[in-house]
Ligand binder design. Structure first.
Ligand code: 13P
Length: 263
């Protein structure tokens, strides 16, 4: 059984104003079970609400992550970009990189995702690196190879010091926002695949690597995922937007995850 600490992250995408964010954090805290100390929790609001989210979450265990970071840095003529150092300054603990929406709508390549991961690590931010195959890639039998390619683009750039400071998220593109989550079998197979590649590259650190599942996770199905031996938490979109719903989801994860029960 795994001793990895569960990690539940809400990716808000382009949702919530500053006022909504502050209200959310207060309400979320009021719904949390006392057992919530058994897992790590984070929200990832839009850039504009990060600073307020950090202030609102002060004194709680809720962490604040950004959804994106500049590939360049530490500063320069890059209109519209936000550097890793700037995210660190406002109190973010980490950042999501390589989300499939970034890859698909904004043309982020494996190389760009690797650069962003490097920037996050250099700024002492925890990167959550997203990997995922499209439906066409899965149907053509290429899913395992696509994930291996996306993962190797990252592992190729990591030093030994980095390997304990990174989280991977498996988010099949066909499961995001569709209401059609991956089956537990598909999730477990892909998480095992990711961990096996990590082990072949970095040895025993694979045992401590946290791999989150993302794609139509809800309070109703979270337990099916966190019960799996290679799933260490979830990256949650739509179901993280309601504070009571997200607190319920955390409760579901705690009920099943081996690590949160101290076994
Ligand atoms: P949904 O939970 O809305 O499917 O989104 C998943 C996701 O993209 C999280 O990063």
């Amino acid at each position: 059984m795994s001793s990895r600490r569960p990690f539940i992250v809400g990716n808000w995408k382009m949702h919530k104003t500053v006022a909504e964010t502050v209200g959310y954090v207060a309400e979320f805290a009021s719904h949390l079970p006392s057992s919530s100390s058994g897992c790590d929790m984070a929200i990832a609001p839009p850039f504009t609400a990060l600073s307020s989210a950090v202030a609102a979450a002060h004194g709680t265990t809720l962490q604040v992550f950004a959804q994106n970071v500049a590939a360049e840095g530490p500063s320069g003529a890059f209109t519209g970009e936000v550097s890793a150092a700037m995210l660190k300054e406002v109190g973010c603990q980490g950042v999501i990189v390589g989300h499939s929406e970034r890859r698909r709508y904004y043309g982020e390549t494996d190389a760009v995702v690797a650069m962003k991961t490097r920037r996050a690590l250099d700024a002492q931010l925890l990167p959550i690196v997203c990997l995922g195959e499209t439906l066409a890639e899965r149907e053509s039998g290429a899913a395992l190879e696509v994930i291996a390619r996306q993962l190797r683009a990252i592992t190729d750039t990591l030093t030994d010091a980095d390997v304990h400071r990174i989280v991977i998220a498996y988010e099949p593109v066909w499961a995001i926002g569709t209401g059609q989550a991956a089956t537990p079998d598909i999730a477990q197979q892909m998480h095992r695949h990711i961990r096996a590649i990590w082990e072949a590259t970095f040895g025993a650190s694979a045992d401590t690597l946290r791999i989150l599942y993302g794609g139509s996770v809800t309070a109703d199905n979270i337990a099916e995922f966190t019960a799996l031996s290679d799933v260490d938490g979830a990256l949650v979109g739509g179901a993280s937007l309601s504070p009571s719903g997200f607190a319920n989801l955390v409760r579901g994860a705690l009920a099943t995850s081996p690590a949160s029960q101290g076994v």
